[in-house]
Design a protein around this ligand. Structure first.
Ligand code: ADE
Length: 227
């Protein structure tokens, strides 16, 4: 997967790339490029935003500066870029990120993420340049960068070979393998700590019974109301 992230803070992604699973993804030929859209603005002084028409607080990212950045990167009208790769704007009101969406995005060869700042995007960016709007929760962040990292974190770990054991990303909370249910509880050594004992079945060495217990735990968690 080639992921392009359009941001005013490309250096934030230097840290993101140091995570083990992101390094693994790189070693397998995947990449995350952070593109500073201030560098391609046709306006003076690196301007990328402006006051909202009609008045009001905050600044809005301009459609012309976003177009310039997308054209510079793809050498193509951004209206058609979205026909061949998913161009995703991170917005608080977008489609909520969940395991199904992460799995869908992990199947793409190329994706583009647009990080908003200030009051957000001029609506024409969303109407004409973007194929998807994605939210990581119903609250407002100061910008889309952290949301983009959350999306990339969950997408990259689904790519084959990125985690030490591919099985980790297959059978985990909310995955199809667990019918969308939360994952079962995990335990490790010591088997007893202050009288808090690990369930006997996990020490039994009986594979089928362990499997059955885990499924039952996972189903029970799905039935419990969310905290
Ligand atoms: N940008 C600002 N808030 C956001 C959110 N909750 N999800 C995605 N992008 C955002």
């Amino acid at each position: 997967m080639k992921a392009d992230v359009f941001t005013l803070f490309p250096q934030w992604f230097d840290w993101f790339r140091t995570q083990r699973h992101v390094e693994n993804a790189y070693a397998l030929g995947h990449s995350v490029d952070a593109i500073d859209f201030r560098e391609t603005t046709p306006l003076k002084w690196g301007q990328v935003d402006d006051e909202p028409f009609g008045g009001g607080a905050g600044m809005v990212l301009r459609v012309d500066t976003m177009e310039a950045a997308l054209r510079a990167r793809y050498d193509e009208d951004p209206v058609s870029v979205k026909e061949r790769r998913r161009v995703i704007a991170l917005t608080p009101s977008g489609r909520l990120l969940d395991d199904a969406l992460a799995t869908e995005l992990a199947a793409e060869d190329e994706i583009t993420l647009l990080c908003g700042r200030y009051e957000g995007f001029d609506e024409r960016i969303l109407d004409h340049f973007v194929s998807d709007q994605v939210s990581i929760g119903r609250y407002v962040l100061a910008g889309g960068e952290l949301a983009a990292m959350v999306v990339l974190d969950t997408v990259l770990r689904k790519l084959p070979g990125v985690l030490g054991d591919d099985q980790s990303a297959i059978e985990e909370s909310y995955s199809e393998a667990l019918d969308g249910a939360p994952e079962y509880p995990h335990y490790t050594r010591p088997a007893d700590w202050r009288g808090w004992a690990v369930p006997d079945v996990l020490l039994s060495g009986h594979h089928a019974r362990v499997e059955e217990w885990r499924r039952a735990q996972s189903r029970a968690r799905a039935e419990r109301p969310l905290p």
